[in-house]
Structures are given as structure tokens and as C-alpha cells.
Design a protein around this ligand. Sequence first.
Ligand SMILES: NC(=O)c1ccc[n+]([C@@H]2O[C@H](COP(=O)([O-])OP(=O)(O)OC[C@H]3O[C@@H](n4cnc5c(N)ncnc54)[C@H](OP(=O)(O)O)[C@@H]3O)[C@@H](O)[C@H]2O)c1
Length: 381
Amino acid sequence: MNKKHHQKSGLGRRQFLASGLGVAAATMASHHVSATTGSKPSATALPKRRLGSLEVSSIGMGVQNMHRKYTTTVPHRPEMINILRAAFDRGVTFFDCAEAYGPFENERILGEAVEPFRDEVRITSKFGWNIDPETGERGPGLNSRPAHIKKAVEGMLQRLRTDRIDLLYQHRVDPEVPIEDVADAVRDLMDEGKVLHWGLSEPGIQTIRRAHAALPLTAIQNEYSMATRDPEAAVIPLCEELGVGFVPWWPLDCQLLTGSIDANSRFAPGDFRAMTPRFAPENLAHNMQLVDLIKTWSLRKEAAPAQIALAWLLAQKPWIVPIPGTTQMAHMEQNVETASIRLSPSELSELNASLAKIEIQGQRLPDAVLQFSGVEAPPRS
Ligand SMILES: NC(=O)c1ccc[n+]([C@@H]2O[C@H](COP(=O)([O-])OP(=O)(O)OC[C@H]3O[C@@H](n4cnc5c(N)ncnc54)[C@H](OP(=O)(O)O)[C@@H]3O)[C@@H](O)[C@H]2O)c1
């Protein structure tokens, strides 16, 4: 079905172009019908980027906050649908989700939001946490056993109201399942047309190589931002070597880089940042150096602090696509507008020189979460 899907759309497109309607369609492509009003043409089309062979808007959108997550105000579901549709109107065609978000509820929100224009967007989901595919109940640890992956994907397709997932990630490497077994399960799903591309989140380096050798990867999704530069050491160079795209999660370091947090900010129980060392009072006070630097550049570039953080990411590599998350229409608009902000090579080296003088204090995640990152899958016996 995967091949059929491509053949079907390829043939249809050729016939369409041959019919002479291609030029009109190309014009319409950048002025598609508004998802929110049904009539208003979209103002701009965002530039595109490639993650491996997958073309997406240069700025995507994370959907994790759109159901109660305690790092934002309580999201109002109808407004989340509005924001997702308005993002599409502004050219966003890349939406990031996972079965673990909610669990399940965020996939339902995304599926409902993009249903009217499903074929024009690329949606992701992730499997790998130990989540009961029927109830959504979360057990301890991970589960990437092939039968579990296949069952998880069936549920995703229903909740996302689609027959295919454009990019399916393993959320975390399962230390009990060889990555080649995971690749085989994903290949079966591709052969059925249910999955078009695959990727890994927070994997070990050797696991990236082995996974890519077993079934070419499209993207790696790791935490990466002006505050968390760990992937620069090995993961990003390896992506470059292999021709694999890179998707930074927490591109705004969970709000730190937006200027909306100061040294006096404290986080309620249930807010993930309350147990994340970087946000502990003593570290937060120290880390304001980075926020101050971003604010200086914000004034200089007449841009919002969040836009400086996103523009910095976009300037790193042309195959990096950040997925900022928001529950506020104005923030979504601001994040999307980052695509028009340029950091020249000299500005970038000046900014990087200042950045190099700042040492971020406090681990990026709590130990209990960090233990799942950088894990190598066991060898296939
Ligand atoms: N693979 C993984 O393991 C993993 C882990 C975590 C996240 N993710 C993905 O990454 C996505 C992004 O992560 P995230 O949303 O947690 O963190 P983020 O994008 O770094 O930051 C989101 C926070 O910043 C605020 N914000 C967003 N835009 C803003 C703006 N322009 N001005 C001021 N504040 C702004 C949001 O609050 P408001 O709602 O008030 O705007 C929210 O509190 C997630 O949705 C998810 O898809 C993946």
C-alpha cells in the first residue's frame, strides 16, 4: 500500500499536470483555502525544508501541550483546534505528536484539527513507552516489541483519523529489543502503507547507525536549543553524514528561552520543570544570563525572544526543523513568523561567541527521565 500510495499520487499528479491545470494548481498551492474561515486565502507559504526525503514546512508545531500538561495554562480544546488550523493557514505543514501525549488525547486533537486538509500536511507520532493500546494506561518502562508496535500504530491511525503516519518515531530505544527487530516491524507497516517514514528519538549513536542500515531513517528527534547543545557533539554530525534530518524538541527549552520565566519563577507540583535541575532556583538564577543574551538580541533584531531562539536553530543546518509547542494563538503566530528572521553569518558568529561564554547550569532532564536517553539497543542474536 505504501508503494501504491506513492504510485497513486505520482500518477495523479502527472495526469493533472498533463491536463494543463498544473499552473493554476501551483498558484493555488501557496494560497490554499483557509482552514479556519473556509474562504480566506492564506497570507504566506512558509519556506520548506527536507528531513531526509520528507519535505515539511521550515517550522513545525509540537502538539504535546494541547492537552493538560501543567507547563502552560489549562488548554481549551476548541481553541487548540483553532490554533492548529490557523497554523496550517500560515503555512505550517508539520505537526508533531505521540501516543504518550495525553496518552492518546493529543492524537485525537491533532486528528480532528487536520482532517479537513489531511493530505496537505505531514503528521508524526511515536511509539515505545509501555502504554496499553486499548486503555491508554501507562505501565512502567518501554515496549518496542514488534507486535506491540503494530498494535500501537492501529490505534494511532484511528485517533489521527488517517490511513498513514507520515513520520513514525520510536520514542525511546528499548534496551530489550534489537533495533533491527524494530526496523522490521516498521518495514512491515510501510509495506502496508500505514507508515511512510521513520525516525528515532534520543537514541544511542550506534543504534542510529544500525537502524539506518536496517531501514533508512528520515529524522532524529532530540532535545536541542540554545540551552541544550548536546547533539552538536555526535548526533548532528552523524545525521549530516547519513543524510538524516534533525528535529529539535524543547526548542524553547520549555519556555526558558521565551523570556517568560525569570529568576523568581517557581513551578507547581505536576509541572515537569519542578523536578528538572535546570529550573531549580539556584540554577534558574544563573541561567538568566542566557535569557538576558537572548533579550539583547531580541531588541537588536526587533524580534521576540522566542523568535531569536528559533532563528538560531534554523541557522544551524538547513535540515533542522524545530517544533515549538504553544497553547496561545499569538505565540503560534510569532513562532511561525520566525521564518522571516535572518541571522547573517557575522551575526551568527557574534551570537555564538557570546553563547560560548555562558555555561548552562543544571541537568537538562531529571535522572529518572534522562536514563532513557542515549541508550543502545541490544544486538540481534
Ligand atoms: N521526543 C521527545 O521525547 C519530546 C519531548 C518533549 C517534547 N517533544 C515535542 O516537542 C514539542 C515542543 O516541546 P514543548 O512544547 O514541551 O516545549 P517548547 O516548545 O520548548 O516550549 C513550550 C513552552 O514555551 C511557551 N511558548 C511557546 N511559544 C512561545 C512564544 N512565542 N512566546 C512565549 N512563550 C512561548 C509555551 O507556552 P504557551 O502555551 O503559553 O505559548 C510553553 O510553555 C512538543 O509539543 C512535542 O511535540 C518531544
